[in-house]
Design a protein around this ligand. Structure first.
Ligand code: MD3
Ligand code: FE
Length: 203
């Protein structure tokens, strides 16, 4: 594993591995379609579309806000099982003793972005987060524990794996933009990001 200038452990998947994971994502979406999440209070739609696999999935709507739920909000079915190949990314990037409980699948179109935020909906506060980027390159921004801390930006291109662990787990971060047509991986263009998470502390 390498450590980039931002200090986070990173690794890369080759094109064959990327295509295999992409096929698994399309299989999940055929059962658990992408939905548009809505912000708490304002009810404004997010520009990123989402779905999940694994026992728990991240969701937000105007009425109840950010949370993890066990069923797809539209189909009411349990989230599809997490493919072994996704769990393997977790074991490859962390030495956390328990398997991930949630895999959020974010889809970014040409105009999608994600504002600066912290991930704070998991009670397993010391567990790492593992992220995989597939498709178009994203301009990612990461700051510090305070919203006003200085930030660093770097590009996440297709096949990049990052583990957010220790202090970085609680830092502000966001996606400023994606670079349309920067990758040939997705037939219709755009970017998928997988985030593997532990939600509940181990027993
Ligand atoms: C840094 N997703 O879903 S992944 C999110 O590219 C999210 O879709 C972004 O932020 C995306 O919440 C970034 C990389 C990532 C994930 C979790 C983090 C970076 C993080 C948690 C803490 C600090
Ligand atoms: Fe996040």
């Amino acid at each position: 594993m390498a450590r980039m200038s931002h200090g986070l452990p990173t690794d890369w998947l080759n094109e064959t591995a990327q295509r295999e994971l992409l096929a698994a994502i399309y299989a999940i979406i055929s059962e658990a379609p992408l939905y548009t999440p809505h912000m708490p209070r304002t009810g404004l739609p997010m520009s990123v579309k989402m779905t999940n696999c694994g026992p728990l999935g991240w969701y937000t709507d105007q009425a109840e806000g950010y949370r993890y739920i066990r069923q797809h909000p539209l189909t009411q079915q349990p989230w599809p099982a997490m493919p072994e190949a996704f769990q393997a990314l977790w074991w490859r990037m962390t030495d956390y003793p328990d398997p991930p409980e949630a895999c959020l699948i974010n889809y970014y179109g040409p105009n999608s972005r994600m504002g600066l935020h912290r991930d704070a909906d998991e009670s397993a506060r010391s567990a790492p987060v593992v992220s995989l980027s597939l498709g178009d390159t994203a301009l990612f921004r990461i700051g510090g524990p305070k919203r006003t801390d200085p930030t660093n930006s770097f590009r996440l291109n297709s096949g990049t794996l990052i583990a957010l662990d220790g202090e970085s787990r609680h830092w502000h971060h966001g996606v400023d933009r994606i670079y349309p047509r920067s990758s040939p991986l997705l037939p219709g263009g755009g970017r998928f990001n997988l985030t593997l998470r532990r939600v509940n502390p181990p027993n």
